[in-house]
Design a protein around this ligand. Sequence first.
Ligand SMILES: [Zn+2]
Length: 410
Amino acid sequence: MSERAPRVVNGRSYRWMDRPLVVICVDGCEFDYIHQAVAAGVAPFLGRMLASGAAFEADCVVPSFTNPNNLSIVTGVPPSVHGICGNYFYDREADAEVMMNDPKYLRAGTILASFGAAGARVAVVTAKDKLRALLGKDLAGICFSAEKADQTSVAHNGIERALALVGRPLPSVYSAELSEFVLAAGVKLMEGTPPDLMYLSTTDYVQHKAAPGAAAANEFYAMLDRYLARLDALGATIALTADHGMNDKFGADGQPNAIYLQDLLDEWLGKGAARVILPITDPYVVHHGALGSFATVYLPAGADAGATLERLSQVEGVQLALANAEACARFELPPERLGDVIVVAEKHFVLGTGRERHDLSGLDAPLRSHGGISEQAVPLLFNRPTSGIPGKARLRNFDVFDVALNHLGA
Ligand SMILES: [Zn+2]
């Protein structure tokens, strides 16, 4: 297939794969999870990728959340181009807070759809269903979620009875098994008529609870390692990256280090005058209570934005409070889908709206979360060495297709 003309997607060019390519987004995969699992001797294949494949530390997109990063990875461009900057946003025109997981909000084509349209066999498996429609936009191929693997049809997912193919019970949406199901599906698909291009995206249920090196984390990476080894044995090129890292966000008392922005702004500007939006908000908040390290604020007309920024910057645990234009330029975000002010919390802090609006009763472990600059470093691993990556000072997680298709050696 390699003689075929490269596919150009969003201004970037991608050569055809010389063997099946599996790109895996391991949700919440701080690099240290891999180092710790390899050091503990439970992830020999990942150890081989580090030693004799290619391994880089790359930067993800800020906000370091799941959807903006998965969409950056499959489009090869930042949210300023593709438009997805959170799970959730305030639609100024509609004056409504809405979920951003409808494909209508995605403004750029995906690398997956482009290869599919040119005749490549493409398969996408995600853990949660919230990502499926976005990743599968305009895709001629297989696309389903582990969460709803019992409901697939050829018409909607390109595959009938995915659950039967995988041969595992339907996993709970809050479980390590949800991710294992994705990987098991990838192996089953590869064992059949192998897709030319496969994208697998797991969930960070384990990473939200277990720090690198913890027993549950090593168990997860040992499981991942077995599936990677199997995909390698089946002849696939493997490219692994993450949507974001993950850090402890609690104090010595085990309680979340949370800054409740709506409460602060109510005090400063009057009750309900400002609107705080947490783009981490989604229907699955049990494991993080909707607390992440990135927030955006809509100020009331006539508010002194400069003074508010200044005041926010001085709050303990706030790393950065920037005006919309400056933040969107710096983080490559779509200005019209964010508020007047962008706030990023420090490594061990999270941002909330009003204290009473966060249900933390589902947190059965001290809070670990993401969203900030502190979770921006992620792994970029390949099971083959590179032939050199010219002109790249700073690799991004959304360079993964470029490296895998254009820069790997034999
Ligand atoms: Zn994630």
